[in-house]
Structure formats: C-alpha cells, structure tokens
Design a binder for this molecule. Sequence first.
Ligand code: GLP
Length: 263
Amino acid sequence: MEIVLTETPADAAERVATEILTALAKKPSLVLGLATGSTPIQVYERLREARQSGEADFSQVRTFNLDEYLDLPPDHPQSYRTFMRDHLFAGLGIPPEQIHFPPSEGSQLVQRCGDYEDAIVAAGGIDIQLLGMGRNGHVGFNEPTSSIRSRTRLKTLTQRTLDDNARFYADGEAQPTLASTMGIGTILDARRILLQAYGVKKANAVRACVEGPVSSFFPASALQLHANTTCYFDPEAAQFLAMTDYYRETRKNKEALAAAGRM
Ligand code: GLP
C-alpha cells in the first residue's frame, strides 16, 4: 500500500485525475471502477474539464460503478445513477451503453449480480478503481463483516451508514436500507486502486485501514492484500497515523528514482 499525504484534497484530486488521464491517453478504452460520495467529486470535476478543453476523449471508456441503493428509481435525486450523471457523466461523452451499475431494481437480483461480475470480466477487468471510505471502513457498500472474497451482491446497510447518509434525505423521506455493491473480492481484482479519504471524520478509519490488521470487520483493511493501491489522505484524515514520516520519506524516494528514470 502506498500512502500519499497531501496538503489538501484538491492536491490529491489533481494527482488522481492526472493518473486517470495519463492511463486514458495510453488506453482509450480504459475500464474505470467508479465511486460516489463527496470524496471523488473534485476528481470528476477535473475529468470533465479535461473533456471540455479537448485534452481527453472518453468516448471509448467503459465504467462500472461500485454500488447502488435498492429500489430507488434511476432519476431519484439520491440514486447513485443521478449522482454520477450530475457529477460526471453529463459532461463526459461516454455512450450510455458503456456505463454500468450493479442491479438494484426488479427481480432475479442474485443472477444479475453475477451478470455484473461477468460484464466486468468481459470488459477485460477494471483498470483503475476509485474508492472512498465510510467512517466504519466500508468500501462501496461492503459493511463490516463483509467477506474479503465477496463478489457483487445485496447488502443490508448498517445504522451508522444510514445515519451518515441521512443528511441527503428530506425529513420523513424513506431512506433505502439495502443496496447492491461490488464485493471486496471484486474490488481487489482491479489492476490499480486509488483510495481517497479526507477530513477528521475519516481519521479513525484511515488508521485502521492502513496500520490495523486485515479484518473483514474493517473492510478497507482488505486493500492491504492488493499489490497496486495508492491511498491519498489530507492532514486531518492522516492525523492518527503512526508512521507519517516514513510515508513521506517513501514518497520522496520514489519520486527521486522516477525523476532519475530508474523506475
Ligand atoms: C457511501 C458510498 C461509498 C463512499 C462513502 C463515503 O456509503 N457507498 O462508496 O465511499 O459513502 O462517502 P463520502 O465520500 O461522502 O464521505
């Protein structure tokens, strides 16, 4: 796990977006695994700018979103399809048939979750997976005790996650308590993972994810099993990490080796 400590979320977003744009320039049919939540919004803004300025062409990109609430219609203001349309897809020019979400409406959900896995494989697997993290360490909607080898499936949301997301719902409005989500095993199959976590409310989660034991009770800790993950944290999120000096030193050495053309 590579830990990158940045001054601000904007610095980190710039680096994450740059990595995506560099990968896209090399592979126009890039396969992206995408996350919702406030964390990736600045990355999405940067990608939309790149498209608008003609710097990048997303017309061949395939996308697979991590998760979706059960039974919210696609145009519901809190559905993740609406979130992605508003924050990314509306300005990107990806043909709709290349955009995928896990099944969240209708029947035969177990079979269609399997079909989602098959669609990812048929696309050649995910090149870059973006991740945020819940305060309880969830990634996607893999709540604590999610199997580390889990695949796309339905999950019951914890009260903590419901409380965290309640702010998006009007008083008295029904909030979904079930969701479909890629599994931790699905996420770990991505060739590259970029996780971002910002703010004091993520500080405990960041400590457990990076410096705690691998545990299904803390799903993001499973990323320690992935060989090509970079985590971006701002100072508030990183405040409980024990080895920040080491992470800075590691980064400096890597940049020096890269600048010398030795990587
Ligand atoms: C939701 C999403 C996660 C996301 C998390 C954190 O639960 N399912 O994918 O990482 O929220 O959200 P935020 O980035 O707003 O803190």
